[in-house]
Design a binder for this molecule. Structure first.
Ligand SMILES: [Zn+2]
Length: 252
């Protein structure tokens, strides 16, 4: 047997966009669980990239997909308000975001999904309300199970010096662990002038960005670290993996 006729070593990818049709068919048959990671472009202080919510969610979702043997979908960048008036932020209307999620669910059910894990790295009550409503409305007319939540929901943070936040210890540490080259701590200052570059856009809640200066936690510099980020990552992935197993146990 010549080298060229040998089969290449088994390539195992959990990313849908990298799969051949045969790999996709086998992955769905093996475990019909899909992960959809969502975030938006949004101002995240001077030391973090605009894509922090989506990148953070993508990084966590990659670890989760591997740990839970789930199929990871390409990143979704559509979410609702949002610090719309701040530099670099792009948001979409509640109706549109719900419609997009509903059409994802329709497509995934068509593909044989038994469980969709829809995780948002962009927070706030409006985003959470929007993804919950879309999931609840879809579930009311389908047997497909959906977990729709921010990545942190249900995770025990009592042993951590932080809670989920915006650009503070939690997000900065996760970004340090996942994308160290995208965190520019030399640009970090304990207090910032928020860059209100834009006129507000209308949204379903009449929400407007907070005004004034941005203050970080007093102990930011003491705790923000890649080590904290790795601990957070492990706690989040472990919890979500358990949630997936719980949901799958309910699948008939
Ligand atoms: Zn964020």
């Amino acid at each position: 047997m010549t080298a060229s006729s040998e089969k290449p070593s088994a390539r195992r990818t959990f990313k849908a966009e990298e799969m051949t049709p045969g790999e996709f068919r086998a992955a769905v048959a093996r475990r019909p669980v899909f992960i959809l990671a969502t975030g938006i472009l949004e101002w995240h202080a001077d030391h973090l990239p605009l894509g922090t919510d989506a990148l953070k969610m993508r990084g966590i979702a990659e670890h989760l997909a591997e740990a839970a043997e789930a199929i990871l979908l390409p990143q979704n960048w559509f979410g609702v308000v949002g610090y719309d008036e701040m530099l670099g932020t792009i948001t979409f209307s509640k109706d549109l975001v719900k419609r997009i999620l509903t059409e994802y669910y329709e497509n995934l059910e068509k593909m044989g999904a038994k469980l969709v894990v829809m995780l948002t790295g962009h927070y706030g009550p409006y985003q959470v309300e929007t993804i919950r409503e879309a999931a609840a409305e879809y579930r009311s007319r389908s047997g497909m199970r959906i977990i729709a939540q921010p990545e942190y929901e249900g995770v025990d943070f009592s042993g951590f010096p932080c809670e989920p936040d915006h650009a503070d210890k939690y997000e900065t540490s996760l970004m340090m662990a996942l994308y160290p080259h995208l965190v520019q701590m030399d640009r970090w200052r304990p207090t910032l002038q928020i860059p209100y570059d834009y006129q507000p856009r209308d949204n379903a809640w009449g929400y407007r960005s907070p005004r004034g200066t941005w203050e970080f936690s007093q102990d930011f510099a003491q705790h923000a670290s890649p080590e904290l980020g790795r601990r957070l990552l492990r706690a989040i992935v472990d919890h979500l993996k358990r949630r997936i197993e719980e949901e799958l146990a309910q699948v008939a």
